[in-house]
Design a protein around this ligand. Structure first.
Ligand code: FMN
Length: 169
């Protein structure tokens, strides 16, 4: 519960580098995520190069700019030849990594790619082009990562909307 409350989308990062151990922990979390029929269609491409981070930051019309300041980004690539549940499997992996980053005190933010566009072109096509990835890989999103002095305040259980819960009688 502590990690769930602390998990916030962080969009401003400091210059402090994520260590190899920290990155490995985050990637292990992605690899441990459950997948439909245990097919494990996701690969994880770590981007550290500033030029590529800047290109990814421009891969959709808005909402990806934060990648410019990130220390690293993890692009989740799902192979549709392995599983048709690419979107679900990728989303769970992104969530696991987001939570592990929180657990390590590292800021992170999901950057949506699937369904988003850049000047009328699907952002997935733009990202595949930047990373030189085949079209049978689908990209639900990218996780931006970085240490931060600006992680938003933790959620509180007082703020959850309990009216969303319904008990069928
Ligand atoms: C599926 C999904 C897509 C998202 N896409 C973006 C995005 O493209 N850019 C961004 O800045 N934040 C994005 N976010 C972060 C949400 O805006 C954020 O989770 C939400 O506002 C709640 O804030 P919190 O994460 O701090 O609790 C995304 C989150 C999810 C779950």
């Amino acid at each position: 519960m502590d990690v769930l409350l602390k998990r916030r989308s962080t969009r401003k990062f400091s210059d402090e580098k994520i260590t190899t151990d920290e990155l490995n922990r985050i990637l292990q979390a992605g690899l441990l995520a459950p997948t439909s029929m245990n097919r494990k269609p996701c690969s994880f491409m770590v981007v550290e190069n500033k030029e590529t981070l800047n290109e990814l930051a421009n891969a959709k019309d808005h909402g990806a700019e934060l990648l410019k300041g990130a220390d690293k980004a993890v692009v989740v690539l799902a192979d549709t030849m392995i599983a048709d549940t690419w979107c679900e499997d990728s989303s769970i992996a992104l969530t696991y990594m987001h939570l592990m980053a929180t657990n390590l005190g590292i800021g992170s933010c999901w950057v949506q790619i699937h369904l988003r566009k850049k000047d009328g072109v699907y952002a997935e096509e733009v990202v595949r082009d930047i990373l030189k990835v085949d079209s049978h890989y689908r990209i639900a999103g990218i996780l931006a990562l970085g240490h931060s002095d600006d992680i938003p305040e933790a959620h509180s259980l007082d703020d959850v909307d309990k009216s969303k819960i319904h008990f069928l009688v």
